[in-house]
Design a protein. Structure first.
Ligand SMILES: NC(=O)c1ccc[n+]([C@@H]2O[C@H](COP(=O)([O-])OP(=O)(O)OC[C@H]3O[C@@H](n4cnc5c(N)ncnc54)[C@H](O)[C@@H]3O)[C@@H](O)[C@H]2O)c1
Ligand SMILES: O=C(O)[C@H](O)COP(=O)(O)O
Length: 411
């Protein structure tokens, strides 16, 4: 499937890859015949992105690039976007859907890296290592067991029991911790973990609270002044999810008052746009806080696997039309299209469109070799395999159907 033909010469299909995604992505694209790759090591500000994306068919990005409605409106050729990470909050998914741009991500490849970091941070914080380390760097020698604890026997509270949260759960139990978790969905508890009935119930019993929820309206400031006050005195807060989930000023106050004994924060409400910009945060002054520059998923293993995973999804969509695991698009898993031409029609999901499409085939006496239809919210995606002699005519007429967002052909 990887070397299937597309109607447009593959060398003309442009991939814009941003934020230094792993070379494994470029290798995969080249191997599949896609050699027109514009590789950029950084994120781009909106104006520059608009300039660069205007003739791109595919774009690859990580968490820093903002794929806004305005950018999408200035990308007339764009058929898909690949987020080489888990989060897709940096993409205006509604605008992408409306413009027929399928969005893919890598939901699993970096989850182990985040879970490992969380366990390491829990151990370091309970031992008081961040402050001891900072002291030693300043020439201090504080040899003392006061305030240093094992994690064995302590309670890990996990908020968001998805791919990452559930792995933290298994690892924490393996280290001898008890696990409680809170999720808006009822989840199968792994091992001896127990699902809490409410966030407050979890906050009241956990020695370490680790956040693993997506960025949503409902998770904005999920942990604010009241939630911090509900946490056990001398407990720890870990956030490697999204910066918007924690009210950072309220956290600074809880650390200042010594209600919390420490924290480990990887993501921030405002993050520097690039590695040359200063990192500004009210948390910088605390020795008992581990601060990391949004690197929870940044390991060589994770990045390489993400490169392969997302590139593969973009290649499949380009070569064959398959949209399996898209986050905003109807999911269709398609067989190979041998000896037929494949028409891919993206349309508004409104009554009458499919009738108009099917009329084209019956009125022109075109035999349909295969038809696959799926809808999602405001968008419909129909794939029609036809005899090669008829694809030109069908394509022309399909583009005229009212409600058409985009239409292309693969042969
Ligand atoms: N720091 C990093 O580098 C890094 C790396 C990977 C992922 N992340 C972030 O971590 C987040 C979680 O990743 P994941 O793979 O575990 O996602 P996931 O979708 O597998 O799990 C998220 C879980 O949160 C739950 N949830 C949603 N809203 C909730 C709420 N209000 N209260 C409690 N639970 C809620 C969901 O039901 C789900 O079980 C991602 O969305 C991403 O933003 C950060
Ligand atoms: O959503 C994610 O997977 C993480 O936030 C990592 O994003 P990054 O690839 O920009 O580091």
């Amino acid at each position: 499937m990887a070397n299937a033909q597309t109607s447009l010469d593959k060398a003309k299909i442009k991939f814009l890859l941003l934020e230094g995604v792993h070379q494994s992505a470029v290798e995969s694209l080249n191997r599949a015949g896609y050699t027109n790759v514009d590789y950029v090591k950084t994120a781009l500000a909106e104006e520059e992105l608009i300039e660069r994306i205007k003739d791109a068919h595919f774009v690859g990005l990580r968490s820093r690039t903002q794929l806004t409605r305005r950018v999408i409106e200035h990308a007339p050729k764009l058929v898909a976007a690949g987020c080489f990470c888990i989060g897709t909050n940096q993409v205006d998914l509604d605008a992408a859907q409306e413009h027929g741009v399928a969005v893919f991500n890598a939901p699993f490849s970096n989850t182990r890296s985040v879970a490992e970091l969380v366990i390491a941070e829990a151990i370091l914080l309970l031992r008081g290592i961040p402050a001891k380390n900072a002291g030693c760097h300043r020439g201090e020698w504080d040899k003392s067991a006061v305030g240093s604890y094992e994690i064995r026997g302590k309670t890990m509270g996990i908020v968001g029991y998805g791919s990452i949260g559930s792995q933290v759960s298994v690892m924490a139990e393996a280290m001898g911790m008890q696990v409680v978790f809170f999720d808006v969905v009822t989840k199968l508890p792994l091992g001896n973990a127990v699902q809490s009935k409410s966030l407050t119930e979890l906050l009241q019993v956990a020695d370490v609270v680790s956040l693993h929820v997506p960025e949503l309206e409902a998770t904005k400031n999920l942990i604010g002044e009241n939630e911090l006050a509900a946490m056990k005195p001398q407990s720890f807060l870990l956030n490697a999810s999204r910066g918007t989930v924690v009210d950072i000023d309220a956290l600074a106050a809880a650390l200042e008052s010594k209600h919390l004994a420490g924290a480990a924060i990887d993501v921030f409400p405002v993050e520097p746009k690039g590695n040359n910009e200063e990192f500004v945060s009210p948390l910088r002054r605390f020795d008992n806080v581990i601060l990391t520059p949004h690197i929870g998923g940044s390991t060589m293993e994770a990045q390489e696997n993400i490169g392969y995973e997302v590139a593969e999804k973009l290649i499949k969509y380009s070569d064959n039309g398959t949209t399996t695991s898209s986050v905003n698009f109807p999911e269709v898993a398609l067989p190979a299209h041998r000896e037929v031409h494949r028409l891919l029609h993206v349309h508004q999901n409104v009554p009458g469109v499919m009738t108009a499409i099917n009329r084209i085939f019956s009125e022109n006496n075109i035999n349909i070799a295969g038809q696959y239809l799926q809808t999602k919210e405001s968008v419909g995606y129909v794939v029609i395999d036809v005899d090669s002699a008829y694809s030109d005519l069908a394509l022309k007429q399909l583009r005229e159907v009212e409600g058409t967002v985009r239409c292309r052909v693969l042969f």
